[in-house]
Design a protein around this ligand. Structure first.
Ligand code: ZN
Length: 300
């Protein structure tokens, strides 16, 4: 059967890209209504369905839009809802972005567990993988294989001397809370300046992303970045991970990519019954695959 939240819950925090203080309230929703976001800060309170067909941008996060309204960075919430079998949920939000929290799905999962999940009266529909399907683009690939339940395997390779090639595996959605939810998003120091130029990650800091320093940079440049991000200056001496909180898992970046792909493939609008194997996934490719599956009615 389909499921929804037993009661509403609210999460607040900074937006990664806008730096705004944002409040999101996750509410129970009726059968067959799916996952929807509502911009309660806009006059007409426009609603955006969490479907791949509404994806409009994928630069450092998945962005959906409809009726002139936009919501960015939806993927961690989508993954958390999918992992807990929530088919129907209405998310009220007062900004064009979800709060980034600690860069993982940890706090969303804690809130879902506290609120509880209830069965509804309509049967759940699955995207059942009946034969092998392969998608490839620019060295990235996603393969779907028939399987009784959802499992996923993600391989990453960033050509970095600090973040070496990694593998993350999820054998059951029941392991999501313990093995994937707490894996944080990450960024390379060398990417920060171009991202800021694109008006992204203005709310980034050392508490909402793993920051990887893998290519030496003059201290003056680092100071400028800290200044732009409005954070305390950091003295960079050795290459490595810069966070105050150590890595939760040795392969935390690969686990985060697994979290992201669950959230992006949730935009198919139905839970997947099958095995997903992804190599070098990213939001652009993940959501293109989800779009392709929707457009070609591959879920029927
Ligand atoms: Zn992410």
């Amino acid at each position: 059967m389909q499921h929804t939240l037993a009661q509403a819950f609210t999460l607040s925090g900074k937006g990664l890209h806008t730096g705004l203080h944002i409040t999101a309230t996750f509410c129970p929703a009726e059968e067959n209504s799916g996952i929807r976001f509502v911009r309660i800060d806009m006059p007409q309170k426009p609603e955006i369905k969490a479907l791949a067909s509404n994806v409009t941008a994928t630069e450092r996060g998945t962005v959906i839009a409809s009726q002139g309204a936009t919501i960015s960075t939806i993927e961690h919430a989508m993954a958390a809802l999918m992992a807990h079998g929530i088919d129907n949920c209405l998310i009220e939000i007062d900004a064009p972005e979800m709060p980034i929290l600690d860069g993982s799905a940890y706090f969303i999962i804690q809130a879902i567990k506290k609120a509880g999940v209830v069965a509804q009266n309509a049967p759940r529909q699955y995207f059942e993988v009946t034969e092998k399907m392969e998608f490839e683009h620019n060295g990235s690939s996603i393969t779907f294989l028939p399987n009784d339940t959802f499992t996923a395997e993600v391989h990453v390779d960033f050509n970095s001397c600090i973040l070496l090639p990694q593998l993350a595996v999820l054998n059951s959605l029941q392991d999501f809370d313990n093995e994937i939810a707490a894996a944080r998003t990450f960024v390379f120091v060398r990417e920060i300046a171009p991202l800021l130029q694109h008006n992204l990650i203005k709310g980034g800091d050392l508490d909402n992303a793993i920051v990887i320093y893998d290519k030496e940079m003059p201290q003056q440049e680092v100071n400028n970045l800290c200044n732009l991000l409005n954070i305390e200056p950091i003295e960079l001496t050795n290459l490595g991970y810069l966070n105050r909180r150590p890595l939760v898992f040795e392969n935390e970046p690969a686990r985060h990519k697994l979290l992201d792909i669950i959230g992006d493939l949730a935009l198919i609008g139905k839970p997947i019954k099958g095995k997903v194997i992804a190599t070098k996934p990213g939001h652009t490719f993940n959501t293109q695959v989800a779009k392709n599956i929707l457009q070609n009615n591959l879920t029927k």
